[in-house]
Design a protein around this ligand. Structure first.
Ligand SMILES: Cc1ncc(COP(=O)(O)O)c(C=O)c1O
Length: 377
């Protein structure tokens, strides 16, 4: 099979599985327990914090584990607005954020917050001028993702951070780095809150982290046993945390090598636009993430094409995984003025090969004309 749906999720690394099984079956202690079993579990968490904080150039005390990217995004936004209620009621978000960010902003809007939704251009880049104009003395938080999960646009986070801080030093910048962690170098200097997730980097599902810059107050969403400095109560998912950190450590070592590898795969698959007519790439083909390639096939419903490819054991996706079965969702492709209904997202990992991309081009060059002919009948 050819798995081109790595932005939805990735195969868990064998070493990660082994480590997690060991932590579930042997070193299964509760990190809050005062005996040596508990201490060993706690050591795993400390080690994981070290690994992750090193990758994003932060302090270990600034990393908090969550049940995934979704919870980290919710905590970043709700945690700050609730902690800084008296400082203002204005919040800013880009129009192409993941639903785990956008839905939080919409919820807050219904509760009385004023939300500025920042436009993007035809390649998905946020409108910097609009961003600058919108931030005011009452702006609590700005959320802008690093790499877009549908079309792979890479935002200039350093520039965005400078704009935000030049307008209001007290406004926090929250960056969703779920699709860029261990694929691009991340420097926590240029963000106040950073969202990470385990299952996009060959780690397990149901684990993520939020970087919270020192000094920022967060009102917890989950209260209870006061774990993780009371920011996020609940017995820590030790196997998940250790598996996530191990996956990150393994993959981050090969960040440049992997980048080059997936770029070749993406470029090979992008050749489809030279083979077929009425096919185009959504987003910035040259500067977009090499891990994501979003292609529109004129006149063809993406779902039909997805299933035809599936019959050939090629797995891709329509839109982002969590929204593709919600028909009403307006995705990034529609927002940039494209045709989401005709678009497929192919997303890669370093395990993919050029041969797989060639095979996919060859299958598409047969399936697409066939479907187009069928439609004319
Ligand atoms: C950009 C982005 N943010 C957040 C998430 C949610 O992460 P999780 O699946 O860990 O909840 C995803 C998942 O697809 C994503 O692509």
């Amino acid at each position: 099979m050819i798995y081109f749906d790595n932005s939805a999720t990735t195969k868990v690394d064998d070493k990660v599985i082994k480590k997690m099984v060991y932590l579930m079956g042997e070193e299964f202690g509760n990190p809050s327990s005062l005996h040596s079993f508990g201490f060993s579990a706690e050591k795993e968490i400390i080690k994981a914090k070290k690994i992750i904080s090193k990758i994003i150039k932060s302090d270990e005390k600034e990393v908090f584990f969550t049940s995934g990217g979704t919870e980290a995004n919710n905590l970043a936004v709700l945690g700050t607005v609730n902690a800084y209620k008296r400082a203002g009621k204005h919040i800013v978000v880009s129009k192409i954020e993941h639903p785990s960010v956008l839905e939080v902003y919409k919820k807050l809007e219904r509760e009385g917050y004023v939300v500025s939704y920042i436009d993007v251009d035809k390649n998905g880049y946020v409108d910097m001028k609009q961003l600058e104009n919108e931030i005011n003395n009452e702006t609590i938080i700005v959320s802008i993702m690093h790499v877009n999960n549908e079309i792979g646009t890479v935002q200039n986070i350093q520039k965005i951070y400078d704009i935000v801080k030049s307008k209001n030093l007290r406004t926090f910048l929250h960056v969703d780095c779920v699709q860029s962690f261990c694929k691009y170098r991340i420097n926590s200097k240029y963000a106040d809150l950073i969202t990470l997730s385990g299952h996009k980097i060959h780690g397990p599902k149901g684990i993520g982290a939020l970087f919270i810059k020192k000094g920022i107050r967060i009102e917890p969403m989950i209260v209870g046993g006061k774990q993780q400095n009371e920011i996020r109560s609940g017995t820590e998912n030790v196997p998940g945390i250790a598996g996530f950190a191990l996956a990150a450590e393994n993959i981050n070592e090969k960040i440049d090598e992997n980048y080059k590898k997936v770029m070749e795969v993406k470029n090979k698959l992008a050749e489809i636009k030279n083979v077929l007519s009425d096919v185009w790439i959504n987003g910035d083909e040259e500067k977009g993430s090499p891990y994501i390639l979003n292609i529109s096939f004129g006149g063809i419903k993406s779902e039909v094409l997805l299933h035809c490819l599936e019959e050939k054991k090629i797995f891709a996706s329509t839109g982002s995984a969590c929204t593709s079965n919600h028909k009403k969702h307006i995705g990034t492709v529609d927002i940039i003025g494209g045709f989401g209904q005709n678009s497929l997202r192919f997303s890669f990992s370093e395990d993919n090969t050029i041969e797989e991309a060639e095979k996919c081009v060859s299958e598409l060059s047969e399936i697409v004309p066939f479907l187009r002919q069928y439609k004319q009948l």
